[in-house]
Design a protein around this ligand. Sequence first.
Ligand SMILES: [Zn+2]
Length: 302
Amino acid sequence: MAAYILENTSISALSVYDLLKHTSGSAFLEIREFHDIYPIAIENNNGLFTKNLSLQDFPSVSVSQIGHSLASTCTCSSSKEKLCEHQAEIICGILEEKNFRIFFDPFLRKKLFIAKAKIYGLENEADLDTYFELEYAEGKTDARPKIKEMLPIDEDTFKQYLLPQRSSVINELALQENGKKKILVIGRHRYYSHLNFSLMEAETTQAGKIKNPVNSVDAMQLIWKAEEPMHIKFYTAVNAFQNNYNEDYNSSELEALKLIVQNPMGFETYYHDRDLSETVSSKSLVPVNLENFAGRNPAGCI
Ligand SMILES: [Zn+2]
């Protein structure tokens, strides 16, 4: 099957009238509807097309942009001194139908990719072909990300993936009961090297910063109010460590440490730095990330 080659041209540069020079018929000029044409396979600069006809078979026509030439084949039996009527019709369809043309027209492709890139915050990237590819499905062509981990930066995704996860409203209310915020404070005993944990509460500024005074909360009282098993375990564990003076930890204490680190209510956690002040106050509380303690032997970091 010999290919007919249109030298020094491309889909972006070609017009339907240019096609007249390469074919003997002009019936394709009358066609304004290209719904019947569909690609059997399509990718950038290459497509194999046919038509959905109820009464007769339509041959398969390939169109490829190879360098500066456009090459086309057709499975019909006509001599290929010129483009056959099928090739002329299909090439005309590519010129006119945006969903096909975009595979052969880099300018059109770039326009779609830029529009898509904005959704992902990538519009200033030099080579958008690295990030996006075309996909033809059910008569429509769209750009899809090549990398499936790419996240659109719409508001919902932003909230879901990028903002810190907020604890549930109920937890939030529990934290704010009586208008004060409960926090978990990790302290080091004045004379011993071990850590202790305590729950404290304080009013906060509008920005959420701890205000003085910072008062301790009796974890025992919270155990009675708690309903969730994880919350009860947590308060019990904190209570066990509130007045802990042991230098070594037995296995149940290590278990309790793990429960505290899990922090099921998402309390903000602070370290009481005695070098800053002997008393617990907004000045001597340093925010810490409890997760840094997780995964390590709790005794090892104490
Ligand atoms: Zn043909």
